[in-house]
Ligand binder design. Structure first.
Ligand SMILES: [Zn+2]
Length: 482
């Protein structure tokens, strides 16, 4: 308080003001404490302010270039300022050094297709779309090395917009959330599950479609999502004139338009219509050469969504067995009843169902192999957040499935780092190079030898600050009571 003010206020009033101030400070402290107590755990949201030279690791930049066998990466205030061979990068005076000899560093993963917030413990419902539960999913993603997630269009209310704003302001950590808001489908032919009822726009005319896109643009969504599917004959699918209106209106507002697809014939037309990404592979048949060529020519991002692979196992898969690196991560980050249910799904499996699963899945594998050979823009996207398709675990699974389908580990690394960063316009993420944020994984083994080595995580850095993974475990593994 200034002297001038002091003279204007009698002593007893000043005392009163001081008391009010103390009360205000106390109230604010309590409010802040309360706000933080509903946050699962505050993960790093602010950049490190230090200058650090990371030396000796094999460095996979994420852009597809050859790895540097023994690298040096200088990080200043959370940003990468130099990358080169060890010995070629001089650290400024006062910089600290971190010896990563024997480790591999690569960018953090980015997932183009997720649905955070629906699952809480064993329950799966739109009622779970709370700030706390969505943050659990984003923290779980980060625990497995996933630093950004595009939610694909079943977002209810304002909560995800608030989370995105708080992350952008540096007030909140977790994997960075990008949103599509309410996606657009034909009546009863939008998102599939009961939990998603009433969330998406249901449109039948071009006018309604344009109106929906205008509302989404006003809310500054990152992408527009549409569903073009009849849901196994349940309802007529979005008609071509309507989805063309969405694409046109989206592009007028500078928004990429992404499509859920099922049928080959729809996909051919959507690619011609200027769709920017298809967030599933075609599922009724293998993609023909003409479609693959058209996807390449139109620069369409393609998300494989290979979790159908989970249905091809007749018995418990290796990644749900104790000691497997993925199972270890899962045990550190998911509640025991959820893991038990995942395992139970593999007890006494019906051989006919397994066979059907394998036949359907083989179609996806063949399409993906073709796309990879044609250098299509394959992008990590795996419908994370469906029931028991847990964040982090699903993305890590997807990488192995992509390799098994015929992609090289290097193609998969690109598909999971620089390419989704390009797709999501996260221009400071996805590549380890000067001018990018220091978002990277330190791995105990080389994922180019075996892609599952992305699960052998030693440390995770976001903006140069190490993610305190141990502090995330209690909230992620707690067993919810409902
Ligand atoms: Zn989805």
């Amino acid at each position: 308080m200034t002297g001038a003010r002091r003279r204007l206020w009698p002593q007893h009033l000043l005392k009163g003001i001081a008391m009010v101030r103390r009360t205000l400070v106390l109230t604010t402290l309590i409010a802040v404490a309360a706000a933080y107590s509903v946050e699962p755990v505050k993960t790093q949201s602010r950049p490190s302010t230090s200058v650090v030279l990371y030396e000796g690791a094999r460095l996979i930049s994420g852009d597809g270039s050859q790895p540097i066998a023994s690298s040096a990466m200088l990080v200043e205030n959370g940003m990468i300022t130099r990358v080169g061979a060890k010995g070629s990068v001089t650290a400024p005076a006062g910089a600290s050094r971190v010896d990563l000899t024997g480790k591999t560093v690569m960018p953090t993963l980015i997932n183009g297709h997720g649905h955070p917030g629906f699952q809480r413990g064993l329950t799966y419902s739109a009622d779970n779309l709370t700030r706390e539960n969505i943050m659990d999913d984003l923290n779980r993603a980060l625990y497995f090395g996933v630093a950004a997630v595009q939610s694909q269009g079943i977002e209810k209310g304002e909560v995800m917009y608030e989370i995105r704003a708080d992350q952008e302001a540096g007030r909140l950590g977790g994997a960075r959330l990008h949103i599509a808001g309410r996606g657009i489908g034909a009546p009863n032919a939008g998102p599939g599950g009961a939990a998603y009822a009433g969330i998406a726009y249901e449109v039948t005319t071009e006018g309604q479609a344009r109106q929906a896109v205008q509302e989404l643009a006003a809310k500054k969504v990152n992408v527009v999502k549409i569903w073009v599917d009849d849901r196994n004959g349940r309802a007529p699918r979005l008609s071509p004139n309507v989805y063309r209106a969405v694409v046109d209106e989206g592009h007028k507002h500078g928004l990429p338009v992404n499509a859920h697809v099922f049928y080959h014939t729809d996909t051919v037309d959507l690619v011609n219509a200027g769709i920017n990404a298809i967030v599933h592979l075609v599922r009724d048949k293998e993609m023909d050469d003409a479609l693959v060529a058209s996807i390449v020519q139109h620069n369409v991002y393609v998300m494989p969504n290979l979790s159908g692979e989970w249905g091809t196992y007749a018995e418990l898969p290796h990644w749900l067995k104790d000691g497997d690196p993925l199972m270890t991560l899962l045990q550190e980050s998911a509640s025991p009843p959820v893991i038990a249910r995942m395992k139970k799904g593999y007890e006494s499996r019906d051989p006919a169902a397994v066979e059907r699963g394998r036949t359907g899945y083989a179609i996806l594998q063949r399409s993906l192999a073709k796309l990879a050979r044609a250098n299509a823009k394959v992008t990590l996207g795996c419908d994370t957040g469906l029931q028991d398709h847990l964040f982090g675990m699903s993305e890590q699974r997807e990488l192995e499935s992509m390799v098994k389908a015929g992609m090289t580990p290097m193609q998969v690394v690109v598909a999971a780092t620089s390419r989704p960063a390009e797709y999501l316009k996260l221009d400071k993420m996805g590549v380890l190079a000067a001018g990018k944020e220091a978002d990277f994984l330190v791995l105990d083994a080389n994922p180019l030898d075996d892609i599952t080595n992305t699960q052998r995580i030693s440390r995770i850095y976001m903006k140069g600050a190490e993610v305190d993974r141990a502090s995330l475990r209690p909230s992620l593994t707690r067993t919810s009571t409902n």
